[in-house]
Design a protein around this ligand. Structure first.
Ligand code: DQA
Length: 143
């Protein structure tokens, strides 16, 4: 089982970026946590972060036939990107969308998730533990 974890714009700024919303833990620590969770779940993991929509589309396309499941936090692209939605639909891989913050309680413009329309599970507002829950979901499904 190989999982691809994709993070969108500004997720690499964790720890610096609005800590009252996203917490104090930085992106490098998140990567370490994800490695540890993959070890515990006995799966392979690859982490990828980009601030660029088209680069994220390229990465999703490359996942086709190489990856068994995707965990994605598209960040701001969640609310705008039909291109990422279409890429997820194109590859048809089981995908879980993660949001660190509880977007349901935030601004109106965060209430639509285009990318979420291609995701079979959504983990929202659970902090960085959300990535763990998403990985658990995919591993459970793959059994
Ligand atoms: C986010 C929520 C998005 O609305 C925001 O643009 C982000 C992070 C989250 O993880 O809570 O960059 O995806």
């Amino acid at each position: 089982m190989k999982i691809l974890v994709i993070n969108g714009p500004n997720i690499n700024m964790l720890g610096v970026r609005e800590p009252e919303i996203y917490g104090n833990q930085n992106y490098e620590t998140l990567l370490c946590d994800i490695e540890q969770w993959a070890y515990e779940l006995n799966c392979e993991v690859e982490c990828f972060q980009s601030n660029h929509e088209g680069v994220i589309v390229d990465k999703i396309q490359q996942a086709y036939s190489e990856i068994d499941g995707i965990v994605i936090n598209p960040a701001a692209y969640t609310h705008t990107s039909i291109a990422i939605l279409d890429a997820l639909k194109a590859v048809g891989l089981p995908t879980v969308e993660v949001h660190i913050s509880d977007v349901t309680k935030r601004e109106d413009f965060r209430q639509i998730s285009y990318t979420g329309m291609a995701c079979e599970e959504h983990i929202i507002g659970k902090g960085l533990e959300g990535y763990h829950l998403a990985m658990q979901y995919l591993c459970e499904k793959y059994k």
